[in-house]
Design a protein. Structure first.
Lengths: 285, 310
């Protein structure tokens, strides 16, 4: 394929350019929009060059939105905070629970372990509402509805299978002989786990943690059903924000930019683990 | 993998150590087991609800009615609409994403610096929350100022209403799905392409075999396991799509985009008909369960190969 003709090289360049435009344009356009006033946004034809304003971001950060119908108090920053708190707590909990379990699944072949691993995997592909709707009725009885703990707990359904399956693969790739040798030297099981296995699986654990964070952050339906306004993450908050702010399009664009920036930065940082993580280890990155 | 034999430690007598070694795996997987139970209990509950007449607004009518909820679907045009829309949506998104993803993966196949940079940048839509992606496209397709509305008006389509017109709503939502998820197929297939052995391609190049022959007779067959895994992955997610459809149109206009989960959500929260909602979700679960069994088998084979113990 290195000896391709000029025509095919030109065709590839053009095709690649079109691909880049299609996938990048929405992000770039919304980013530009977030620095425009409503008047600039409504101008036809739209202009690429404009005088940027930070007013949209100021309004979001202060929580006072000026709309045509008067002033509106919306704490979008609180949604952003909620996303951070919920996603971080969910990932920490999932790592704490999931890494030892992944180790057990990789090192000891036992029936229960396989059953758990496959149950979690098959429910990764079950309709989330099937679990969520009955759960919301249980939550109401248990008083867990609209609590941070309740949401962090259901986020385990996203984070735990991911961590179990990715980290398990990494543990399986480490030869158990190293741990054998270490334990023959008189160290306990726990020492072999924390000093040998976990550091060696470090990259996998980091990858699984980052990916789970992104998926928890991007989740929409869990919090839509289980959280009220003051506990909602940005995904649900942004939708409510669109309804509430009406035609303040610049502010909507700014809210979108703030909601996606953390995950996009994390994704760029963690990109070399993404392939493996997204395929749950079926394809090595 | 061999089993780690419980080793004797100095502090513990042999028997206690062996016992500890035997219960250790169970102890470690206890939290995961708890999460499993936390999934299975609502799941069984949903299965029971689906056999009940259960409306939140009429609690005194609640009772066991066998499979009546399911039988009612047979004569319910809304159900057939949901089934049809879900299948059409799934078929359209998976086919388009597969073709586009495969094409892009072929373009980026050689691991040059530029190609790698492009493949990383293409991950960004995939890492955008789908609900937020829908909002981005809503802004771009807004009839009064949306850039896409403006662009199609340059081609004479002055009244193109995107997601709010029943005739173009499906197309618009599929477009957003394609934008978000094509990169998923692309990066899986790209990883697959780059892991293929080089010899067949080198031999074909030496013999001057035409590129189309190489693609259809060597590349595609060797890539098949990756294509199947990636498509099944998407198939399973696509038939359950909720975020994009809900954020974009809430199932509308009318019932144009009433896919399974959106319909079940509205059935539960708008019509408070828990029994019907549960039955609808059970049907969806049955479909996904069949697909996911096929998927898991395939995926395990690929996984064993990737980790070098096929």
């Amino acid at each position: 394929m290195d000896h391709s003709s000029l025509a095919s090289r030109v065709f590839r360049r053009i095709a690649l350019a079109l691909v880049l435009v299609f996938f990048m344009f929405p992000i770039v356009w919304i980013f530009l929009m977030s620095f425009q006033t409503n008047e600039q946004i409504l101008r036809i034809p739209p202009r690429i060059l404009f005088e940027p304003t930070l007013a949209n971001y100021e309004a979001l950060i202060s929580g006072h939105l000026r709309t045509t119908a008067g002033n509106l108090e919306i704490s979008f920053m609180r949604n952003l905070m909620n996303s951070f708190v919920l996603s971080s707590a969910a990932v920490l909990l999932a790592l704490l629970l999931g890494v030892p379990a992944a180790y057990a699944f990789a090192r000891f072949k036992f029936r229960l372990g396989e059953t758990i691993a496959f149950t979690l995997l098959s429910f990764r592909f079950a309709p989330p509402l099937l679990v969520l709707l009955p759960l919301s009725l249980y939550y109401q009885q248990l008083g867990l509805n609209d609590t941070y703990f309740g949401i962090v707990w259901v986020y385990q359904l996203i984070a735990l299978p991911l961590i179990l399956w990715i980290v398990r693969g990494y543990f399986e790739d480490i030869s158990p002989d190293i741990e054998h040798a270490y334990r023959l030297a008189g160290h306990s099981w726990r020492e072999a786990f924390t000093r040998i296995a976990v550091p060696l699986a470090g990259p996998g654990i980091a990858a699984a943690g980052l990916l789970s964070f992104i998926f928890c952050w991007n989740n929409f339906v869990f919090a839509l059903i289980l959280a009220s306004a003051d506990k909602q993450p940005v995904t649900v908050g942004a939708l409510a924000f669109v309804t509430a702010s009406g035609i303040q399009y610049g502010q909507i664009a700014a809210a979108i930019v703030l909601s996606v920036t953390p995950t996009l930065l994390l994704a760029l940082y963690a990109q070399r683990y993404l392939v493996e993580g997204l395929s749950l280890g079926a394809v090595k990155g | 993998m061999s089993m780690v034999q419980p080793l004797q430690t100095q502090a513990l007598p042999r028997r206690a150590a062996r016992l500890r070694g035997r219960i250790l795996p169970y102890l470690l997987s206890l939290p995961a087991l708890l999460v499993c139970i936390a999934i299975l209990v609502p799941f069984v509950t949903a299965a029971i609800y689906s056999l009940q007449r259960y409306r939140l607004n009429l609690p005194y009518l609640r009772g066991f009615i066998g499979v009546d909820n399911y039988i009612d679907f047979l004569s319910d045009p809304a159900f057939w609409n949901t089934l049809r829309i879900s299948l059409v949506y799934t078929a359209l998104t998976v086919v388009l994403e597969l073709l586009l993803g495969l094409g892009i993966a072929m373009l980026l196949r050689r691991p040059t610096r530029f190609h790698n940079a492009v493949s990383i940048v293409l991950l960004l839509p995939l890492m955008t929350a789908p609900a937020i992606a829908a909002l981005m496209w809503k802004l771009m397709t807004n009839p009064s100022f949306g850039i896409l509305s403006y662009l199609v008006s340059l081609f004479g389509a002055h009244d193109f209403k995107w997601a709010s017109d029943p005739s173009t709503a499906l197309f618009t939502v599929v477009l957003v799905d394609v934008w978000v998820y094509t990169p998923f197929i692309m990066i899986l297939l790209l990883a697959g392409l780059r892991s293929l052995p080089r010899q067949p391609f080198e031999a074909a190049a030496l013999d001057g075999v035409p590129a189309s022959f190489v693609f259809f007779r060597i590349t595609l067959p060797m890539l098949a396991p990756y294509i199947v895994t990636a498509s099944l992955f998407r198939l399973l997610d696509s038939i359950q799509q909720f975020d994009i459809v809900y954020a974009m149109t809430q199932g509308g206009p009318g019932d144009r985009l009433m896919v399974f989960q959106v319909q079940a959500y509205l059935e539960f929260f708008q019509y408070t008909n828990v029994g019907r909602s549960a039955a609808l979700l059970m049907i969806l679960w049955l479909i996904t369960n069949i697909l996911s069994n096929i998927f898991i088998k395939n995926w395990l084979r690929l996984r064993a190969r990737a980790h070098g113990h096929a």
